[in-house]
Design a protein around this ligand. Structure first.
Ligand SMILES: C[S@@+](CC[C@H](N)C(=O)[O-])C[C@H]1O[C@@H](n2cnc3c(N)ncnc32)[C@H](O)[C@@H]1O
Length: 240
């Protein structure tokens, strides 16, 4: 059996995909997430998709010694194109830019909305992706945050399922850089994420002040810090 260690980011995705019947992993690369889910018997069937032949071959290699041939399919193609309407209940799109995730989902909105759950893990433009999802009528069930190395990874769960107590981060949706909705179980990690982002903006602010820069960048930075503080106050008050 191939040896691999699931990163914290992929472990969180695995947890959120738990109990899916049929799952598709778009941009699967080595296929570690589907392999883990099948090994743990947490999903029944996985469709591994990638736009590039090399990564799909990597995935096939990962599965070579595993006995899951009846439960796996490997499909070459872009985004959700290799999938049929409603063919799986969960679609994972992870490790790509937010803009690319928008491109993938917007190619066929009707099909994108036919899956019960979307687990999106954008590496960039998380705020733009959230804005777009809401504007297209997707329901953001929750944002999740995973700290790994020196980074925070963000996961957006789209689903109509009820997941217990949630907290809407902000009343308006102009700025979704710091998330949209969080669940009770993720509250403490979310607070740590906000403090981490606050620290980043403080460093930028200090640099701007050092260089006597008082323009738009300074104002933007100030408004981000104020936004983080107001979310922190709110989330600490919430009885999640
Ligand atoms: C950085 S890897 C992420 C691998 C894995 N999903 C993860 O999160 O660890 C990105 C993968 O997405 C694939 N990819 C890029 N654009 C794609 C598209 N439009 N459709 C499907 N796969 C794509 C690449 O070939 C690559 O294997």
């Amino acid at each position: 059996m191939i040896k691999y260690k699931l990163s914290g980011r992929l472990s969180m995705l695995a947890k959120l995909a738990d109990a899916s019947q049929r799952l598709a992993d778009i941009g699967t690369d080595h296929g570690y997430l589907p392999l883990h889910l099948l090994e743990k018997r947490n999903v029944e069937h996985c469709i591994l998709c990638d736009i590039n032949l090399g990564p799909l071959e990597n995935a096939k290699r990962s599965f070579r010694e595993a006995d899951f041939s009846d439960q796996t399919e490997f499909r070459l193609g872009s985004g959700i194109e290799p999938l049929e309407f409603s063919e799986v209940d969960t679609v994972v799109i992870a490790g790509m830019g937010g803009g690319l995730i928008i491109d993938i989902l917007s190619k066929d909105l009707h099909k994108s909305k036919s899956f019960e759950k979307l687990l999106l893990q954008p590496m960039t433009e998380q705020d733009v992706l959230r804005q777009w999802l809401l504007s297209q009528g997707f329901k953001i069930n929750s944002d999740y945050y995973v700290h790994e190395g020196s980074k925070y990874y963000e996961i957006i769960e789209i689903s109509n399922q009820e997941i217990g107590s949630t907290f809407q981060v902000y009343d308006y949706t102009d700025d979704l850089e710091f998330g949209y909705k969080i669940t009770k179980g993720n509250r403490d990690e979310y607070i740590r994420f906000l403090l981490y982002r606050r620290h980043k903006y403080e460093i930028i602010m200090k640099q701007l002040e050092k260089s006597n820069s008082q323009g738009t960048k300074h104002d933007e930075c100030m408004s981000k810090l104020n936004l983080i503080d107001s979310i922190l106050r709110k989330v600490k008050e919430e009885d999640l």
